[in-house]
Ligand binder design. Structure first.
Ligand SMILES: [Zn+2]
Length: 211
């Protein structure tokens, strides 16, 4: 496996994020969405109330000011819920509601400047919580079920979305490998890495990893 396919930086914990972004919160609250540190504009994701997709960091309450790139926010808020719905359908569930439990978005660019986490363009998902009519709330945990139908279909849906809407080529010709890293990678046994790769005109653009 090529290094760029598997290399991964660990995103911030909520506590590390708060320290790293302590100056940036002020800029965002003042309406400034970019600074010299970041190549791409960023914003807050209101994990508690977002109308597209809600979530929380593992073992933490939802955060109304989770730091995220505009582009990852756009794709998760517009597409992740419908991909979860499609994946649940494939696994035999009709869902009423869903949210994600994640292990962070941004990582320190000093550690891996090529990682999509360094620009807030990737999220590590540990589990998806779904609500169905018959069983109420339940959890589809990635460590346990990452190789199964639900996550396979979720990844295919995400990859197709990036192919059609973000000018990304299919990774190895496979939608389920496009914009995600999972059980096929030794570093991704416990979380699903979902990213929005930097793509221009149907090509991956440097210096970032392709997924
Ligand atoms: Zn990741």
């Amino acid at each position: 496996m090529r290094a760029e396919e598997s290399a991964h930086s660990t995103p911030f914990t909520p506590e590390e994020e708060a320290i790293y972004f302590s100056d940036t919160y002020k800029l965002l609250d003042e309406g400034v969405h970019s600074n010299k540190k970041r190549k791409f504009p960023y914003r807050y994701w209101d994990e508690c109330l977002d109308r597209g997709i809600r979530g929380n960091y593992v073992d933490h309450f939802c955060n109304s000011k989770r730091m995220i790139s505009n582009i990852l926010y756009h794709f998760i808020s517009n597409n992740l819920y419908s991909c979860i719905e499609r994946a649940a359908g494939k696994a035999g569930f009709r869902i009423q509601d869903a949210y994600v439990i994640h292990k962070g978005i941004f990582a320190d660019s000093l550690h891996s400047p090529q990682s999509l986490h360094s620009e807030g363009r990737a999220i590590d998902i540990a589990a998806v919580r779904i609500k169905t009519f018959w069983k109420g709330w339940g959890e589809i945990n990635f460590q346990r079920s990452g190789g199964g139908v639900f996550y396979e279909e979720l990844r295919s849906c995400w990859g197709e979305t990036l192919y059609y809407n973000n000018e990304c080529p299919l990774f190895k010709g496979q939608p389920e490998m496009t914009g995600s890293l999972g059980k096929e990678d030794p570093d991704h046994q416990r979380h699903l890495h979902l990213s929005v790769p930097y793509c221009i005109n149907g090509q991956h653009a440097g210096p970032y990893f392709r997924r």
